[in-house]
Design a protein around this ligand. Structure first.
Ligand SMILES: NC(=O)c1ccc[n+]([C@@H]2O[C@H](COP(=O)([O-])OP(=O)(O)OC[C@H]3O[C@@H](n4cnc5c(N)ncnc54)[C@H](O)[C@@H]3O)[C@@H](O)[C@H]2O)c1
Length: 348
């Protein structure tokens, strides 16, 4: 019996994500929490003829606590999305301030994630936590630091959701191969982190090879398209937010993988941004491979009943991919440290 909770369930990602989870037969209870609109979203979803019982909660009357009680898996898409150029971001509630720059966006999302993580650490410390709220490279360390403060941190149970990068890479490769029907079966490991240059698609390890005459410049263009795919959506939405529907699909895919693995299904492997202490041997081998002592990295993770079962190393890379990994490391390190210090020095 799986109880899934979505925190930020009334948002652009939260609503379609909740819909997809409601359609998942493995989920028997679905709790939705947001600062607005969850009773309506829950009432609407509750009419769908699938097994999950849906309830919606708001902050009053201990809503967060009620939503989280008995949670097996918690998915967090709460926060503020970016808009073109990361500037002029406006919260969709008029009474809240206009957010002017990337750093303000960080502070708002970091604060939201910190407070929600405190709720999880207190009410459902054993739940598997899947973080969607950006910047994932910082928000995952934030959740970990909050859990450490409460003495309940288990690195095997915390995941940054990078699945959208994987989904995009598979789709773009299928487009290049001229057959979109291949997209669901194409798998491309995407490693590193989850923003811009920290996103490293390992196209040489794609389950379906690129055409033999695929040029170096085409490879560069495809790599950049995966790294900055979010910008395409932000631009096309023209001020109305960032990727929501594709992100909901990706979030539901990853949540389903975690639930299946926890239920005992073997052989489930997916990239995720994890704390490398989740599998000491695998984590140490990965650190050696990248030549940097980072605490977090996105890589292929073997999932099991306890969450992370094994962290895989990157394997054989081309010199182009090695360059991408090295280029990702400085920004990754800065973002991880920013998340950690947000909790250590909360006045930031
Ligand atoms: N990981 C990824 O690949 C990925 C992709 C796209 C977007 N994102 C991120 O996901 C987040 C949400 O994006 P969106 O487009 O759904 O934004 P949105 O503004 O449409 O929805 C966010 C929701 O969070 C809610 N919220 C705000 N504060 C909250 C709190 N304290 N508790 C509970 N809920 C709260 C809001 O009320 C809103 O309903 C953003 O941080 C965005 O950058 C991540």
């Amino acid at each position: 019996m799986t109880k899934a909770v979505v925190l930020g369930a009334a948002g652009g990602i939260g609503q379609p994500l909740a819909l997809l989870l409601k359609c998942n037969p493995l989920i028997k209870e679905l709790s939705l929490f947001d600062i607005v609109n969850t009773p309506g979203v829950a009432a609407d979803l509750s009419h769908i003829s699938t097994p999950a019982k849906v309830e919606g909660f708001l902050p009053p009357d201990d809503g967060l606590k009620k939503a989280l009680t008995g949670a097996d898996i918690v998915v967090i898409p709460a926060g503020v999305p970016r808009k073109p150029g990361w500037c002029g971001v406006r919260w969709h509630i008029d009474c809240l301030p206009i957010v002017k720059c990337r750093d303000d966006l960080f502070k708002i999302n970091a604060g939201i994630v910190r407070d929600l993580a405190t709720g999880i650490a207190t009410v459902a410390p054993k739940a598997f936590v899947l973080v969607i709220s950006n910047p994932v490279n910082s928000t995952v360390p934030i959740v970990a630091e909050v859990f450490k403060k409460h003495g309940v941190f288990d690195p095997k149970r915390l995941f940054g959701v990078t699945t959208l990068d994987v989904v995009r890479a598979s789709t773009f490769v299928a487009e290049i191969l001229g057959d979109l029907s291949l997209a669901p079966s194409i798998s491309v490991p995407v490693v590193g982190g989850h923003s811009g240059v920290t996103i490293v698609p390992l196209l040489s390890q794609s389950s379906h090879s690129l055409p033999k005459d695929f040029s170096e410049s085409s490879l560069d263009t495809l790599t950049k398209r995966v790294q900055f795919g979010g910008d395409e959506v932000v631009k096309a939405k023209d001020g109305a937010g960032s990727a929501t529907l594709s992100m909901a699909y990706a979030g539901a895919e990853f949540a389903t993988k975690v639930i299946k693995a926890v239920n005992g299904e073997a052989g489930i492997v997916a990239p995720s941004f994890v704390n490398l202490a989740a599998d000491k041997d695998g984590g140490d081998a990965l650190k050696k491979e990248i030549g940097k002592n980072l605490d977090y990295f996105s890589t292929l993770v073997e999932l099991g009943p306890e969450g992370v079962a094994k962290i895989r190393t990157l394997g054989k890379l081309t010199s182009f991919e090695e360059g991408l990994v090295q280029a990702a490391l400085p920004e990754l390190e800065t973002s991880i440290n920013k998340g950690v210090s947000f909790i250590e020095t909360p006045k930031l």
